[in-house]
Design a protein around this ligand. Structure first.
Ligand SMILES: [Zn+2]
Length: 412
């Protein structure tokens, strides 16, 4: 981790800011209670934060019990700056610029191809970052950070893409450093499932839940895990890769990760299509025909219309994913599992099969006390979640004390 030179004054100002972000509408007196420094010093720091535009006065509080003067309340000014938020997918790159409250100001979507390779995709990222800045006419100095979510293993602390299994040649790439050096804006990067978990915690169905897991379905199967209200990272920030738990020991299906028989090789959206195509070749009956071009988006309608072949394979898919989710339940004992991604299109009928499959594979003698639901968040939750993730990194909200990433400068 980078070591930043910083004065004690700067640390105190950052900590005052964190208190104000976490306790919206707080008075100077209440802020002072968090610190062992003199009230006049705190007042000076607060005035500096006001003149920097980061905090604003937000009306008056209640008067004191003794009938004293009403205190002026302070709050964080989410209009003080901006965040650029980016989603790297297999076929789409999504971009948005948000304020510091994760409200989208402008967004754009650009097609991409999984085989394009890092150099071309990075060029597309840089071009679109520049275009967003030009179109919104936002002063670059007011952009506090760029948040990126990607589909694979990411060492978030180092800003390195370890491996994007479904994108060609994405291996050990220091994406944060590359984008940061070209834009001059700090870059924060994390895995898509972890970002979706942050979004569920912030404004989804997991807001009041301490232990939950997000499962992303689609070309890959991924997970984001919250334990005791904290995103669970593991040693390199890649904990909870349930899609790569080896589920079929006899499998000859090679996974992008290099192993055989991973859960992802059994129940991803790609495998679902491959399995249907194989059965069509064998002459199985369906309204799909052997030589017909079709993709994942054609399947939900056929599933709802009870096409026998599609129902057979989607049911098998739900049963296999159910085994994966039962493994998650045994590992993390979450109260809630939130399903995201492509399989939501199969609707409640899919969810019922999935729940049944999970129930069969969890502890038979223990009463089910978990809850599995589809997400209620809108499509743009990924970009908004990425903005929240970047915001928390910029203001170091997960860490309220002087941490070892700072070396206190002696010359203050
Ligand atoms: Zn794998």
């Amino acid at each position: 981790m980078k070591k930043n030179l910083i004065t004690l004054k700067e640390i105190n100002k950052k900590n005052i800011l964190k208190i104000i972000i976490k306790n919206e509408n707080i008075s100077r007196i209440n802020i002072a209670k968090f610190f062992k420094i003199s009230r006049p010093t705190i007042s000076t720091y607060i005035n500096e934060l006001i003149s920097e535009g980061l905090i604003i006065e937000a009306g008056k509080g209640l008067s004191t019990p003794s009938g004293g003067k009403k205190a002026t309340l302070l709050k964080f000014n989410c209009k003080a700056g901006y965040i650029i938020t980016i989603s790297i997918g297999t076929n789409l790159l999504k971009f948005a610029i948000t304020d510091l409250g994760a409200n989208i100001i402008k967004s754009t979507t650009v097609p991409t191809e999984e085989w394009l390779g890092p150099q071309t995709i990075i060029e597309k990222l840089l071009d679109n970052i520049n275009e967003l800045i030009i179109k919104t006419k936002i002063n670059k100095k007011k952009i506090f950070g760029i948040g990126i979510k990607g589909p694979g293993l990411i060492d978030s602390d180092k800003g390195v893409v370890i491996f994007f299994p479904n994108l060609t040649d994405w291996k050990n790439i220091n994406l944060s450093e590359i984008i940061e050096s070209k834009t001059g804006i700090p870059v924060y990067i994390d895995n898509v499932c972890r970002i979706l978990a942050i979004a569920e915690k912030k404004f989804g169905i997991a807001q009041d839940i301490r232990n939950f897991v997000v499962v992303l379905t689609g070309p890959g199967i991924g997970t984001g895990v919250f334990i005791d209200n904290k995103l669970f990272s593991g040693n390199k920030g890649i904990a909870g890769e349930v899609g790569h738990i080896i589920t079929d020991l006899d499998s000859n299906k090679l996974c992008h990760c290099g192993n055989y028989g991973c859960l992802e090789t059994l129940c991803s959206s790609r495998v679902l299509i491959e399995n249907i195509k194989e059965d069509l070749k064998k002459g199985e009956k369906s309204s799909l025909k052997e030589n017909q071009e079709f993709g994942f988006d054609d399947l939900p309608g056929l599933f709802k219309d009870n096409d026998a072949l599609v129902v057979k394979h989607v049911t098998e898919n739900a049963n296999l994913l159910g085994i994966g989710i039962s493994n998650i339940l045994k590992m993390f004992n979450p109260e809630l599992v939130v399903i995201h991604g492509k399989f939501l299109a199969f609707g409640e009928k899919y969810l019922d099969i999935l729940k049944e499959a999970v129930s069969k594979s969890t502890f038979p003698k223990v009463k089910d006390d978990y809850n599995i639901q589809f997400t209620k968040l809108p499509e743009e939750c990924g970009l908004v979640g990425t903005a929240i993730f970047a915001f928390e990194k910029i203001f170091k909200l997960d860490n309220l004390n002087i941490s070892d990433e700072y070396m206190v400068r002696k010359d203050f």
